[in-house]
Design a protein around this ligand. Structure first.
Ligand code: CUA
Length: 337
């Protein structure tokens, strides 16, 4: 489906109108000045042409007024593009807090999606209309890129880290999803569809597929089978290793004295490369799990640690062992925001 404007894809997210407005504004400014300057060049060529072979032009001393004008006006125009563009960019690339999260793993040459309730999909993503959706994305191999033209969003998916992108679809339908980073032979075939459904239909769809472990539950069973509990406690309450209860979204003090935010990327790094950021009061005793867990399993472990924060009150995490074994029932204030 195309919009009324040729070459412009359909507009189907809360952000797409803003992106189009900036795009048309920049195009308009460009076309206006290209035309104006071209016409002025042609006019001056004729008006000030050499009239006889011995003509010597009058020397030009300069004009402060004119020079100020042609500096200030382009500056204001350039700044308007910058400020407006930055505003839309920040809205586009800062995921809102209350979004529905979907895990995305790119792989030569397919997209794997998993909902927080456990449903998996390949090359197709079902989402409800009118709800903010946040994609937490990584890749098993090379760089890919999730591009959904109708939503005007496009973000690289990079090995070894998590990137995010968010959208809120404004009308039900099927929207093309592309990989927008050349990733090998079948790059052009690495695409699919985002299926935007009415909330009721989405709930039906979700319950019709409800036979899979949620990422958090899958993460919990990995937590047990990998033996994480022997240091981090059976319920993440801590021990020889730091407590995991409430660690997500908290500020962690490292033994270097530095403080870092415990986001998804921090949790991932602490599993793959535990020596990189050691929590103050703990020794460098944790082995690396590089090669033992794939990206999907890492997302499950991260989802499990995150679930320890949303269902349990926050606890201080940077305490040396034995960390306050159980959190008190009273909800503690979040250290962030
Ligand atoms: Cu994946 Cu191109």
């Amino acid at each position: 489906m195309q919009s009324a404007f040729p070459f412009i894809p359909e507009s189907a997210s809360t952000i797409s109108g803003d992106v189009d407005a900036v795009y048309f504004y920049i195009s308009g400014v460009t076309v206006f000045f290209t035309t104006l300057i071209s016409l002025v060049i042609i006019f001056f060529c004729i008006r000030y042409r050499r009239r006889n072979a011995f003509e010597i032009p009058r020397p030009v001393e300069g004009s402060t007024k004119l020079e100020t004008l042609w500096t200030v006006i382009p500056l204001l125009i350039a700044m308007s593009i910058f400020v407006w563009g930055a505003k839309v960019y920040f809205a586009q690339y800062r995921p809102p807090q209350n979004a529905l999260e979907v895990y995305v793993v790119g792989k030569q040459w397919m997209w794997k999606f998993q909902h927080i309730t456990g449903q998996r999909e390949i090359n197709e993503l079902h989402v409800p209309v009118g709800r903010k959706i946040k994609l937490i994305m990584t890749t098993e191999d090379v760089i890919h890129d999730v591009f959904i033209p109708a939503f005007r969003i496009k973000t690289d998916v990079v090995p070894g880290k998590y990137t995010t992108e968010w959208f809120e679809a404004t009308k039900p339908g099927r929207y093309h999803l592309f990989c927008a980073e050349y990733c090998g032979m079948n790059h052009s075939g690495m695409g699919g569809y985002v299926v935007v459904m009415e909330p009721k239909d989405f709930d039906n769809w979700l319950s019709g597929n409800a036979n899979q472990l949620s990422p958090a539950a899958a993460g919990q069973s990995m937590y047990e089978s990998l033996g994480c509990a022997s240091c981090h406690g059976a319920n993440g309450e801590g021990g020889r290793g730091p407590a995991l209860l409430g660690v997500f979204n908290s500020n962690v003090v490292l033994n270097s004295g530095q403080t870092v935010a415990a986001d998804e990327a921090y949790l991932r790094e602490s599993i793959i490369n535990p020596q990189a950021k050691i929590v103050t009061g703990f020794g460098p005793i944790m082995p690396s799990f590089q090669g033992q867990v794939n990206e999907e399993q890492l997302l499950h472990l991260v989802a499990f640690v995150k679930s320890l924060s949303t269902t349990k009150p926050e606890t201080p995490t940077a305490k040396p062992p034995p960390a306050s074994a159980r959190p008190s029932a009273a909800p503690a204030a979040s250290p962030r925001r």
